[in-house]
Design a protein around this ligand. Sequence first.
Ligand code: IMP
Ligand code: MG
Length: 179
Amino acid sequence: MHKDIEKIILSETEIAELCKQLGAQITKDYANSESLTLVGLLKGTVPFIADLMREIDLPLTVEYMDVSSYHGGVESTGEVKILKDLDTPVASRDVLIVEDVIDTGKTLKTIVELLKQRGANSVKVVTLVDKTIKRIVELDVDYIGCKMGGEFIVGYGLDYDELYRNLKYIGVLKEEVYQ
Ligand code: IMP
Ligand code: MG
């Protein structure tokens, strides 16, 4: 284990199992869709979307968006700036937004509404980790890998100050690291 990690929340094996389960459920639910598009939110979702898409046994396209949330103090305000937009329009497509972790939910809610406005046929959300305890806005999350408390986590794409994204597991960062 990395020296800055307090404890492991999801091991490599557990993550693989969650991706399998989520992929199987998504494959079932979208069996009749002819226009599934996964939208991954950069940069944190890169490992998750890579593993998840290979567990979905359906024709699908993959798009990426990079957004930054404006933070008023430490809380996200829900106002987002699009740093990289989709390459292809999502009008009439069944969009599944792939997120690494949902915290307040503000960023995601803004993106869900934006893609609906752009005429997507449907917009759903899959997240690997859901910190339900921190939720501020009302947001339907259709697929959840694992629920956890409010601790700050890193690894498997998730960063602190852009580091730790390359860990194979998700763990809680030792407090002394960010104090
Ligand atoms: P929200 O708008 O508060 O839901 O912000 C969610 C975003 O904050 C996620 O997409 C992550 O990029 C980031 N985030 C939230 N919690 C954590 C965490 O524990 N570790 C790393 N990034 C996090
Ligand atoms: Mg993110």
